[in-house]
Design a protein around this ligand. Structure first.
Ligand SMILES: *Cc1c(COP(=O)(O)O)cnc(C)c1O
Length: 417
């Protein structure tokens, strides 16, 4: 991070960036959708590739001077195709939402029917929420989770056969259990629907075999690159050759203008990292850490939706403590733990208040946190929930968090002056 260069011209922004670095260093980051990129990925984001207009695709650009940018983008494509074993990848979507928008634009007409997972049950805004383009332009039916917090595939099938959607969307933002893509494909076939698997959260786990892959089942696979995949902020659409031209056209000129080629360069670096054996080990550690965190919370009397986790995240159910997700996520901040409020199945509280808190281990696993640290974090969280009004106790818990952060320095090569 060339902070000195920013300082020379704009000390106000430089100071704020350094403050943010300080915040990241001194908090235990449990937001399940966040991660810490490598210095190489971060460096690629800050390069001359940001200067280039490259509308179109490699070999077919609307601007001159794209020969080298083409090589960068092709390298990103080839690496992610190898990582997931897919025929085609478009690496241009600016974010996960854009990747989803491209698929919907390609395969649907306004007013067509889609079936998605309800936002309050773990789905994403772009899966048909009335607040999002996906719910505004399309006719949406929803499935959710049962009282135990699991997807009920029989129920999904029933809804699919009743509504006959043109597209079924699976994949979630807050679901702690394995997603059965094969079952979703069987349901899609019975209903005569296309299937889109949005693996934004679990992409890193899928790439390394820590979660079953939707490849071979889903017609379209979308992902973010910045969650478990640990790349720069961005999105990708993957599909078979059959849909390649249509998807590319939907991304550009359908929904975007010039691609962010500096980010595509950083995506290529991240995909190279993800192809290394160390990344598989990292992904396995994410899951291991999540299991131990879940076990520790349960052992300390904290309820989890579905009673545990198969992946990188879990959702605390606060109902028995009569506390809200909004309050507890704010109080966790006082003990230097960052997490977000989340609804629980049949949540009696609104999405702004909620009865749950979502926790994930991708970021702290990158930092190096291990099993024994998960036990300490689990205890800090349980104590925080039980002593949420005891300021003295909270101050002590904050010291414990800071001690853990000190054990695993974040970006030690970036010096603050
Ligand atoms: C995070 C997420 C997205 C959107 O990603 P953005 O980059 O924030 O647009 C889409 N789908 C799912 C399931 C997600 O979890």
């Amino acid at each position: 991070m060339e902070i000195e260069k920013i300082k020379e011209f704009d000390n106000e922004i430089a100071e704020l960036i350094l403050k943010e670095l300080d915040r990241q260093r001194n908090t235990i980051e449990l937001i399940a959708s966040e991660n810490f990129t490598s210095p190489a990925v971060m460096a690629a984001c800050g390069t001359v590739a940001t200067n280039k207009y490259a509308e179109g695709k490699p070999g077919k650009r609307f601007y001159n001077g794209c020969e080298i940018i083409d090589e960068i983008e092709i390298m990103a494509q080839e690496r992610i195709k190898k990582l997931f074993g897919v025929e085609h990848a478009n690496v241009q979507p600016h974010s996960g939402a854009q990747a989803n928008m491209a698929v919907l634009l390609y395969i649907l007409k306004p007013g067509d029917k889609i079936l998605g997972m309800d936002l309050s049950n773990g789905g994403h805004l772009t899966h048909g929420s009335p607040a999002n383009f996906s719910g505004i332009y399309f006719d949406v039916a929803f499935y959710g989770v049962d009282n135990e917090g699991y997807i009920d595939y029989k129920e999904v099938e029933k809804i699919a056969l009743e509504h006959k959607p043109k597209l079924i969307i699976c994949g979630a933002s807050a679901y702690a259990r394995t997603i059965d893509f094969k079952k979703f494909k069987e349901i899609a076939d019975k209903a005569g629907a296309y299937l889109m698997a949005d693996i934004a959260h679990i992409a890193g786990l899928v790439a390394t075999g820590c979660h079953p892959s939707p490849i071979g089942y889903a017609d379209f696979i979308t992902t973010t690159t910045h969650k478990t995949l640990r790349g720069p902020r961005g999105g990708v659409v993957m599909c078979s050759q059959e849909h390649a031209a249509g998807i590319d056209k939907a991304v550009f000129p359908g929904i975007q203008g010039g691609p962010l080629e500096h980010i595509i360069a950083a995506k290529a670096v991240a995909f190279k990292e993800a192809l290394k054996p160390e990344f598989k080990e990292y992904s396995e550690n994410i899951v291991k850490n999540a299991k131990i965190l879940a076990q520790t919370l349960i052992a300390n009397g904290i309820d989890l939706v579905s009673g545990g986790t198969d992946n990188h995240l879990m959702i605390i159910d606060l109902r028995k403590f009569d506390k809200t997700g909004k309050d507890i996520s704010n109080i966790l901040e006082k003990v230097n733990i960052t997490a977000n409020k989340n609804t629980v199945p049949n949540d009696p509280k609104s999405p702004f208040i909620t009865s749950g808190v979502r926790l994930g281990t991708p970021a702290i696993t990158t930092r190096g946190f291990k099993e024994e640290d998960m036990k300490i974090i689990g205890e800090i969280i349980a104590e925080t929930i039980k002593n949420s009004e005891n300021e003295q106790k909270l101050a002590k818990l904050k010291e414990k968090s800071l001690e853990l952060c000190g054990k695993y320095p974040l970006y030690p090569d970036i010096v603050q002056t």
